[in-house]
Design a binder for this molecule. Structure first.
Ligand code: ZN
Length: 420
């Protein structure tokens, strides 16, 4: 104690000054976040609603729910202006009931966003801009949700889905996942099959944002080469900072810049520091790196809350976004860039996607079907063409024995005529 006594006259004003600086920065953070309300690219609350409550909304109060990283009070505290809610179903549902499960997840998101007056369902960039509430956007995580069907993709769009990642941790029959654990599975297409390319074209035509999180680098490259609209990584971080296959390597960051797209940084500690534990500073390193390689125009936020367990100290739930902005401000990120990261970069991408839709409005929907052998799924029904009507339909009047002979003859004629 005695040793420090002579320094008190200097230390005390210094302490006061630093407290005032922190207070000023906090005030600045609130100003920035209130004028550019955050649009977050990925949140898995809907998955938790299924896990904990079997999608039964009467069993839960979303304002105060505390089993999850997300509730409405925390979203407000975090200054969240729009959330892309993921209607994710596990890869184990692929080739089984993925489409039904996805419909159920879309349903619960829609019910959640209409039940609570704090939310508003939106399907356009204008919708995000107009609302003073928390805008709800719906996304699909993993192309297995469309069961290799462009018709299913279109119907999901009709239901309000505005973004889809082409894969989750499993390959689809038409696109490749980055997850190595599934690489042993047979996979015909190293990146994107002909049908996969058609999915990209159809998403461009529909006005659906293509999400490359979870896809392999080769798939992402091919998409970035053929897509007419900007693409996003809705919840991925920088590979140079943490060498995880879910993160984006510099080569792709450069391509995203060219594509006018966006990398929305994932906060999960496993992707931030490649370890169980992490902190805000390490998250900010990802922002610095992506900005260095692709420019601030390519940086966004996709926290992945409720999609993983283990978030950095200080960023434990959706109320904590301001702490990150404070750290970026401390690192001298200009206000204009922070607003772009929070909101305007995503709005730019969404508007471009909508513009491409407008440009392609005269193109009719694709009727391409995936080759049956590519899907390799015994549950898939292959409807045969009906027998040709040869005007010999006597079934109602013929005795049963003759009816059988008649059917056999028709069958043989069919084989000879059309190769059935
Ligand atoms: Zn994910």
């Amino acid at each position: 104690m005695g040793f420090w006594a002579p320094f008190y006259p200097v230390l005390f004003p210094l302490l006061l000054l630093s407290t005032r600086l922190v207070a000023q920065r906090s005030k600045k953070v609130i100003e920035i976040m209130e004028s550019a309300r955050l649009i977050d690219g990925h949140n898995d609350l809907a998955l938790q609603l299924r896990r904990y409550f079997n999608n039964n909304l009467t069993a839960v109060d979303l304002k105060t729910l505390n089993k999850t990283n997300t509730n409405i009070n925390k979203l407000k505290e975090g200054n969240v202006g729009a959330q892309m809610w993921s209607s994710f179903v596990l890869c184990s549902a692929q080739h089984k009931d993925a489409v039904r499960l996805t419909l159920e997840q879309i349903d619960v998101i829609k019910r959640m966003c209409t039940k609570y007056p704090d939310f508003e369902l939106v399907t356009t960039s204008e919708g995000i801009n107009k609302t003073k509430k928390i805008a709800c956007l719906i996304s699909i995580e993993g192309g297995h949700s469309i069961d290799s069907s462009l018709a299913a993709l279109r119907m999901f769009y009709e239901l309000g889905v505005r973004s889809m990642s082409l894969t989750h941790d499993c390959h689809t029959p038409w696109a490749e996942s980055a997850a190595e654990k599934h690489n042993r599975q047979s996979h015909r297409n190293a990146s994107l099959s002909k049908f996969g390319q058609e999915v990209v074209k159809e998403m461009n035509r529909l006005g659906m944002i293509i999400d490359l999180s979870h896809t392999s680098s080769n798939t992402a490259k091919m998409v970035l080469n053929i897509s007419r609209a900007p693409a996003i990584f809705s919840h991925s971080s920088a590979y140079a900072i943490c060498q995880h296959h879910r993160n984006v390597p510099d080569e792709l960051l450069k391509m995203i810049k060219k594509n006018n797209g966006l990398v929305m940084v994932n906060f999960y500690s496993g992707f931030v520091s490649c370890q169980k534990l992490s902190n805000i500073s390490r998250v900010a390193d990802h922002f610095d790196h992506i900005k260095k390689i692709a420019g601030y125009e390519s940086v966004g936020i996709g926290g992945d809350y409720d999609g993983a367990t283990g978030f950095p100290q200080g960023l434990e739930d959706v109320s904590k976004y301001p702490a990150l902005i404070e750290e970026l401000l401390r690192r001298k990120w200009p206000e204009k860039e922070l607003k772009a990261v929070l909101r305007y970069n995503f709005l730019r991408v969404f508007r471009s996607v909508e513009k491409v839709k407008e440009q392609l409005k005269d193109i009719s929907s694709s009727e391409m079907e995936i080759p049956f052998e590519d899907v390799n799924n015994p549950c898939r029904l292959n409807l045969k063409k009906p027998f040709p009507n040869l005007g010999l339909s006597l079934s109602k009047t013929m005795p049963p024995a003759l009816n059988i002979i008649h059917t056999v003859i028709l069958y043989i004629v069919s084989i000879i005529l059309i190769g059935y």
